[in-house]
Design a protein around this ligand. Structure first.
Ligand SMILES: Cc1cc2nc3c(=O)[nH]c(=O)nc-3n(C[C@H](O)[C@H](O)[C@H](O)COP(=O)(O)O)c2cc1C
Ligand SMILES: [Mn+2]
Length: 461
């Protein structure tokens, strides 16, 4: 089943084929209830959820499309272990393919302009109980153009519905850099929003992809991943190109010199947050497929989107290119919101090697993580029971835990909002600890396989 997908629909039918898409026919309230169902299904590593009967709406909404390793593997067209996924993810950077421009496209099957524009036409959830409003943009791409070079960028910046034509947004990085150019010229910034994209395009929108890939960076990257160009089509009212296969496109402009207090909204660090420098996006045209599928996610430290995999892949690639000795695997697990906690598995052969690894990870990753745990090469990085067991049994706090003085930090969690925090590294390996560790008493792999092959026969399935 190695393939690439042109559209969200194709991807969903592939998930359906392996039993990883659940159609929910029961009536569900978009205010709080839908988000809570999505959250509990995430915790249970459930399938993608297609809500077909959202109270008050005919349009369905899909969520949790990349919430498990298996679904990310399908999106990447990879079979095999996490390392195969890392390599595939990185291949898009190595071999980018420029997008192609096409005429029209499915995203233009229906077009609404001016007074016909109504953002409330879609079943947009109030995802968390204390969110200020429905959030229409939670797993999408905001597309803007560099005012000087003409290059396009696509980033995922959340969008809160203010009224039927207005969204408030929280925007940083490349999108904000574009905005500042327009604001300096006292012009509104043209922006298009694509919702319901083939999921790798969402992965590109949520990843820092611009550098080194020149024009249309996010689209060239996904073209590289898919081995074929992403078809883009012209907006109806803006000089911007958007993915032609999208379910829904918004066209509009971000106002210069206007700031609003956006939020609160549940954020990926696990707390509510608001953006005091929020921007105002006015929508003047909506195009969409006939019978569109709306899409979104509930933000939490554990969320849809697979960032624990994509961020791990980026670090893996950097450590590999630097030839960091001994590193065999890395992971940014969900509880660290995919960025603040890093677990590294390494084959330790020399004294001091663990510290060398820690400093390299901090060196290549200026924004974090502020927690690093180094474990032996045989650890299961996806199993917190295993990691915690190693922390308590292989590290002595006075000797194997290192804490730095506070330094600049890009994290957005409440404690470090001022931009400073200290960092901690834990050497939870068994090497150079002054003892020969006794043998581990877990059931061996061979014996495990043998008894597990009898599981059904024993009536345990
Ligand atoms: C679900 C989700 C929501 C996000 N919301 C925001 C947001 O509201 N504002 C923001 O600046 N970044 C947000 N991000 C992070 C950006 O998407 C990320 O920094 C990305 O690199 C931005 O694109 P850019 O590098 O092209 O600017 C979010 C990421 C995810 C996965
Ligand atoms: Mn970018």
């Amino acid at each position: 089943m190695l393939m690439s997908f042109d559209s969200l629909r194709e991807f969903l039918s592939s998930l359906d084929g392996i039993g990883d898409l659940k159609r929910i026919k029961a009536s569900v309230d978009p205010v709080h209830e839908l988000g809570a169902i999505a959250y509990h299904s995430l915790l249970r590593k459930g399938p993608a959820l297609l809500f077909e009967n959202i109270k008050g709406y005919a349009t369905p909404l899909v969520t949790n499309v990349l919430s498990t390793d298996r679904k990310v593997a399908v999106a990447l067209g990879v079979e095999g272990d996490m390392r195969a996924m890392f390599e595939k993810f990185l291949s898009g950077f190595r071999n980018p393919i420029d997008p192609v421009e096409v005429n029209g496209g499915p995203c233009k099957e229906e077009i609404y302009r001016g007074e016909e524009v109504d953002l409330y036409q879609f079943p947009t959830p109030v995802w968390h109980e204390k969110d200020a409003a429905p959030y229409l943009g939670t797993f999408h791409g905001c597309i803007t153009r560099d005012r000087k070079t003409g290059d396009q960028n696509m980033g995922m910046y959340r969008l809160m519905i203010k009224d039927k034509k207005t969204l408030w947004m929280s925007i940083h990085r490349d999108g904000l850099a574009h905005y500042r150019q327009y604001e300096a010229a006292d012009e509104p910034m043209p922006m298009a929003v694509a919702i319901g994209m083939e999921p790798l395009l969402c992965v590109a929108a949520m990843s820092p992809i611009s550098s080194g890939l020149a024009r249309h960076a996010e689209f060239a990257y996904v073209g590289g991943l898919r081995g074929k160009p992403v078809p883009l089509t012209k907006c109806e009212t803006l000089d911007l190109l958007v993915p032609a296969q999208s379910e829904i496109i918004l066209e509009g402009q971000v106002l210069p010199r206007v700031r609003v207090d956006e939020g609160p909204h549940g954020e990926s660090h696990g707390f509510y947050g608001n953006e005091k420098d929020g921007l105002v996006y006015e929508v003047h045209c909506i195009t969409h497929r006939r019978k569109p599928i709306h899409q979104g996610l509930i933000c939490n430290f554990m969320e849809d989107g697979g960032k624990r995999i994509t961020r791990s892949a980026v670090l893996w690639g950097k450590l590999k290119s630097l030839g960091t000795p001994g590193v065999v695997d890395v992971r940014f697990p969900d509880p660290g919101c995919g960025r603040e906690i890093c677990v590294v598995a390494a084959d330790i052969k020399e004294p001091g090697q663990v510290m060398q690894i820690v400093e390299t990870v901090w060196g290549v990753n200026a924004m974090g993580p502020n927690w690093i745990i180094v474990v032996d090469a045989d650890a299961d990085l996806d199993d917190w029971n295993d990691i915690w067991w190693r922390i308590y049994s292989r590290s002595e706090p006075h000797r194997d835990v290192w804490i730095t003085p506070p330094r600049q930090h890009g994290g957005h969690q409440p404690l470090v909002k001022q931009g400073f925090t200290s960092r901690i590294a834990i050497d939870a390996t068994s090497k150079f600890k002054g003892i020969e560790f006794p043998e581990v008493n877990a059931v061996s792999r061979e014996l495990s396989q043998k008894v597990l092959s009898r599981w059904a026969e024993l009536g345990l399935e």
